[in-house]
Design a protein around this ligand. Structure first.
Ligand SMILES: Cc1ncc(COP(=O)(O)O)c(C=O)c1O
Length: 461
């Protein structure tokens, strides 16, 4: 594959986009006079826009999605063949790729057993919320229905998912939210609420216990956590965190829901983020990297134990999971996901993510030695954040215009990087990197060199 532009009138495309498309997360006023960005083609880790400018994409499609890179003909071919064979049937029946993809996923997730298909990360998370509420309804008159979520985590865009969102600027103006969601504090050691302590991880996890006790353990059904917080500033859990979370969940009979929408499928150098920490979830949700953006698919995966609870009252016509996702029945989704997983296996991309991730963190720590503005470099695998501060002692975050200017300079020089964006009132100060799992040291050098130059320029201004 190449970045050759297809034979189309790109001026017409951009004009139509400007006239009719409402872009995500975008204030459109500037596009009354300027042309909006339109991406035309991708190959490997590179993309090209309508102006013919090429970029190295350090965020896998902007939002850590295209894990196996652009232009994978083998995924396109299996999707094409599947569409001709059998494009769709409602998910009350099975289909060939759905069965095979489920088996392949379960092979990667010891202890898990059942896969429920839908088509976005938000929806996959909503399925869990509904399952938790229904279990409460079936088993104890709905009392144990509350779901605890964490500050700085994000679980999706629908009103239910936003009700479990720890990012104030994502929620502002969209309330009122669903009742029954309660927030616990984040686990960012760099900004430890307890100062410099040896047992930060355990203390941060004990915040869950405090919330459970305050709400009443009999009312709390589940806790939802990202294994490593993504859009909230790339926050790997501190040592001891997950062990304590698991212990608390067991103690109070609270189901553990891990949102792997970003971390899943190799991004962190393991198949799933939670597998770094020896934790045993009751639910795992995944979406973005599941089919690397070649199809819209998400999965809610659970254990046989949870699944069985929905069969326990078979005589009650209301006690099974009465949920449907129309496009969860699209066979193209699991076909793309299965081929995507095969590519990750055959090309050893999980291992590459671990190795290249270490190299990337090493190079960024080199930049930290050089640029005072870098307060913290953190990440796992090819999933890395660079937090920018005004002062390393006070850790006052830089204004969000600073990372915006750095990202804009990188973009002008052909490198697309990410940043926490319209997430918090104060912490829109982290650069985010998540290149495709196929990336090489040369790609990473290009990315880090662009950031180095951009920081030098922006801090000198
Ligand atoms: C951790 C996490 N969960 C869920 C979602 C929601 O996924 P989607 O946008 O596919 O609904 C996102 C999206 O960014 C995410 O980062």
């Amino acid at each position: 594959m190449s970045l050759d532009t297809p034979q189309i009138d790109l001026d017409e495309v951009v004009d139509n986009d400007q006239a009719h498309v409402w872009h995500h997360l975008t204030q459109h006023k500037p596009y009354e006079t300027a042309k909006p960005p339109v991406m035309i083609s991708g190959s490997g880790i590179h993309v090209k826009n309508a102006d013919g400018k090429e970029f190295i994409d350090a965020v896998s499609g902007g939002v850590w999605t295209v894990n196996v890179g652009y232009g994978r003909e083998r995924i396109a071919n299996v999707v094409r063949d599947q569409l001709i064979q059998m494009c769709y049937f409602a998910g009350s029946a099975g289909n060939v790729p759905a069965a095979m993809c489920a088996a392949k996923l379960i092979e990667k997730m010891p202890g898990m057993s059942r896969v429920y298909y839908s088509n976005s990360g938000s929806e996959a998370n909503e399925k869990v919320y509904k399952m938790v509420r229904q279990l409460a309804a079936i088993e104890n008159n709905g009392v144990k229905h509350k779901i605890i979520y964490r500050d700085r985590d994000y679980h999706g865009t629908t009103i239910g998912a936003l009700s479990s969102c720890g990012q104030s600027q994502r929620k502002d103006q969209y309330g009122p939210f669903a009742p029954g969601f309660v927030m616990m504090p984040d686990c960012l050691e760099y900004r430890s609420a307890y100062g410099d302590v040896d047992d930060y991880g355990e203390r941060a996890a004990r915040e869950l216990e405090k919330v459970i006790l305050a709400e009443g353990p009999e009312t709390v059904g589940a806790v939802v956590l990202e294994p490593i917080t993504a859009g909230g500033g790339v926050i790997p859990p501190p040592a001891g965190y997950w062990e304590t979370i698991q212990e608390i969940c067991k103690k109070y009979n609270v189901l553990l829901h891990i949102d792997e929408v970003v971390c899943g499928l190799g991004r962190t150098g393991k198949w799933f983020g939670y597998q770094h920490y020896g934790v045993k979830p009751d639910f795992v949700t995944m979406a973005k990297g599941l089919a690397s953006g070649y199809a819209a698919i998400s999965c809610t995966v659970t254990t046989e134990e949870v699944f069985d609870r929905f069969k326990a009252n078979a005589d009650d016509p209301m006690s099974y999971f009465r949920d449907i996702s129309t496009f969860g029945g699209c066979a193209s989704g699991p076909a793309a996901a299965l081929e995507n997983i095969r590519i990750i296996e055959e090309e050893n991309l999980v291992e590459n993510a671990a190795e290249m991730g270490e190299y990337l963190v090493g190079r960024l720590n080199g930049l930290k030695d050089k640029h005072e503005i870098i307060g913290d470099v953190r990440g796992v695998g090819l999933f890395v954040g660079v937090e920018l501060v005004e002062d390393r002692v006070t850790k006052v975050p830089v204004d969000e215009s600073v990372p915006a200017a750095i990202a804009a300079d990188c973009m002008a020089n052909g490198v697309i990087i990410g940043r926490t964006n319209r997430s918090f009132d104060t912490f829109n100060n982290t650069l985010c990197l998540s290149p495709a799992l196929i990336c090489t040291k040369e790609h990473l050098d290009t990315i880090v060199d662009a950031i180095d130059a951009a920081i030098a320029k922006v801090t000198a201004a």
